[in-house]
Write a protein that binds this ligand. Structure first.
Ligand code: ADP
Ligand code: MG
Length: 265
């Protein structure tokens, strides 16, 4: 009996990549996020859904300390990555963001060649020894982002010259070039057309074999298509978290039910 409990606990610890406990965020006097606790599992796509302004982006930014850059933001509570407190004094946020990468709503390639966009992270973190190794890393990242075939003959052209969908895949290649363990995506398809959206969604499903992916989306259809776990936020509160299928077919909270049936938001 005791042995069983130990085994169960080990298994669930193994699969927890990040853990948030009682996270609160204030922007000045605005209490934007209230006591949020959630586990982000390994090799799983977790979707954050909920009406605009409910705190999805705020919480996502807590996971790689992007709120550190917002002067008015005050974050309390505890967030761990592989059991280590990411807000501990000795943690360098720049190193943390190499492990917990981020892709934004609007594709934001640097005004530099495609190659340099992808090589940027590996260069600042010293991940490649010499040109050949860096070339290989750039190619591998572009392949994993399903962009290599479209750009391999124009690696010297600016990333900003690509189509919107290509730019977003370039940003994904840039984020995965540092071999992150978690990839955060804040409405990554909202500026893309349906074809580019489908490509990025397919890519997210492939990335799941290597990373934990957390995606904020305002599209419930997208959450249902790409995620295994869903968290529903409302007015700064995490109302419900569970298996995506359950949340969409059998929500436990009336607020979730109202949202998915189109009455909130
Ligand atoms: N930089 C900021 N400064 C002040 N208030 C902010 C800032 N970012 C977000 N907020 C506020 O925090 C709340 C949650 O916003 P946000 O996390 O962007 O929601 P969502 O991503 O769900 O739309 C909103 O009330 C918003 O106005
Ligand atoms: Mg947002």
């Amino acid at each position: 009996m005791n042995d069983m409990r130990v085994v169960e606990r080990t298994v669930s610890n193994d699969s927890t990549k990040m853990k948030a406990e009682a996270v609160n965020v204030h922007y000045g006097t605005t209490h934007a996020l209230k006591d949020v606790s959630v586990d982000i599992r390994e090799r799983t796509v977790t979707a954050f859904i909920g009406p605009s302004g409910c705190g999805k982006s705020t919480f996502l930014r807590c996971l790689n300390r992007m709120n550190d850059t917002v002067a008015s933001a005050r974050v309390t509570g505890k967030i761990t990555l592989d059991g280590e407190d990411i807000y501990a004094r000795e943690v360098d946020p720049v190193q943390l963001r190499a492990k917990v990468g981020m892709v934004f709503q609007k594709p934001n390639p640097f005004p530099k060649p495609i190659y340099d966009n992808v090589a940027y992270g590996p260069r600042i973190h010293g991940l490649a020894r010499g040109k050949a190794e860096l070339d290989a890393l750039v190619e591998a990242s572009l392949r994993r982002a399903a962009l290599w075939d479209e750009v391999k003959d124009r690696l010297d052209s600016p990333g900003t010259g690509l189509s919107g969908g290509q730019q977003q895949r370039l940003c994904i290649a840039r984020a995965i070039a540092t071999s992150p363990e978690v990839l955060l995506m804040d409405e990554p398809c909202s500026a893309l057309d349906p074809i580019a959206t489908a490509q990025v969604e397919e890519l997210i499903d492939e990335l799941r074999s290597e990373f934990s992916v957390v995606i904020v989306t305002h599209s419930m259809q997208q959450a249902a298509r790409v995620s295994q776990k869903t968290a529903f936020f409302h007015l700064g509160v995490l109302v419900e978290f569970g298996d995506t299928g359950e949340i969409f077919t059998n929500p436990r909270d009336p607020r979730t039910e109202s949202y998915i049936s189109g009455r909130i938001g």
